[in-house]
Design a protein around this ligand. Sequence first.
Ligand SMILES: Cc1ncc(COP(=O)(O)O)c(C=O)c1O
Length: 449
Amino acid sequence: MKSYSTSEIEALKQADLKYYLHPTSSIVNLKAKGPKIITGGRGCTVTDIQGKDYIDATASLWYCSIGHGRSEIADVAHQQITSLESFHSFNEYSNVPAIKLAEKVSSLVPVKNARLFFTSGGSESNDTIFKLARLYWYCKGIDSKDIIITRNKTYSGVSCGALCSTRLPKFHEGFAPLLPGFEQIDTPHCYHCPWDKEYPGCGLECALALEEKIKALGAENVAAFIAEPIMGTGGVIIPPPGYYQKIRAICDSYDILFIADEVINAFGRTGLMFGIEHWEGVRPDFMTIAKAISSGYVQLGAVALSEDIFEVLKTQDKIMHGYTYSGAPLACAVGLKNLEIIERENLTANSEAMGKRLLRGFTDLDHELIGEIRGKGLMVGVELVKDRGTREKFETPLAPKVVDIAYEKGVITRPLINDVLQFSPPLTISESEIDEIVRVVHESINEAK
Ligand SMILES: Cc1ncc(COP(=O)(O)O)c(C=O)c1O
């Protein structure tokens, strides 16, 4: 790893402030504290430009499932670039890595005889699905069915289409007008139940809300319902047992397509291969995929669509939708090797075991400021509250302060909305690294309060 002199570091920081517009970053914080420049990564550790190590307790942005710095991936990328760096898949062209990756992902996803479309990330995948869902109904001769129903607190991405399904208000500020054709229902979260009910006596009112919404809009106007099986950016929210079975049944009875956005959940993150598998027997019509399909080594996303959808879409012959980098050989070759590693090293099982250890670690703290600890596998959220009994929140969220202190102590975590701390380390994480995360976060909460 290259080392940098003090003057080089200063010059880079100045250039960052002058030339680089960061994605979703505070310009005020950047000016006040300077950028945190990361220059290296190995396993669950990343290193900053000053040579200081951190445990990456978020797998970057939820995606680095196989851990950082795998030379096996570098070898595959090198081989692919030196044989065919890239060629498009428009106009009936194809390439071997794209074919093999489509076949591999199809064999894994719980989508009936899935066919794969490739993108460069989650927003493009959701845009693609919204278009294909509408095209499906259009091909069936029902062009009134164009509304997509999403849920409060959803994060679907930030491209113009995906942003309409994203329901975190700050992401909308200043970007009006959004596209028409998107509606929302509330999100199931028993800890703060929007319907003020208690599971299991509630009768799954959260799922019935979809039926009410469909009736209000008219089923003849609704194309699809989208949900992250386990919600990520909205605060790691896990719906109650039975929720998605009911959602699937409602979608079936009103002829609505069900989209599972597994951008964060897929490929072992939640302790099972896919998030939706925590609700037995539920098969989505579309699945949104990105992040862990390549562990972020190369930008890659995908859409899995069922055979039934494809059988209707094919009546269109040429679907006028494709990105320059759809099915790019380099990304697909890297994706294939990445999935091979996830399976070979049984990382889904490690996710389940280490996730349990992480949940237990936080639970054992029995901390007065921790309201709810929730998670499946290595997708964990810790919600901070001022008062555990009343669930009262701090006026100014504490999580950003905890994150800053933990960073100084060598652990990278992230604040989510509603004063939640995000924990989603690489699926390769060890017991001792899990214990260190808990220890540092405990100290950080105590110092932040
Ligand atoms: C559930 C979900 N969907 C879609 C996206 C958008 O993906 P991208 O940032 O790759 O466009 C994200 C990103 O975090 C996500 O978490």
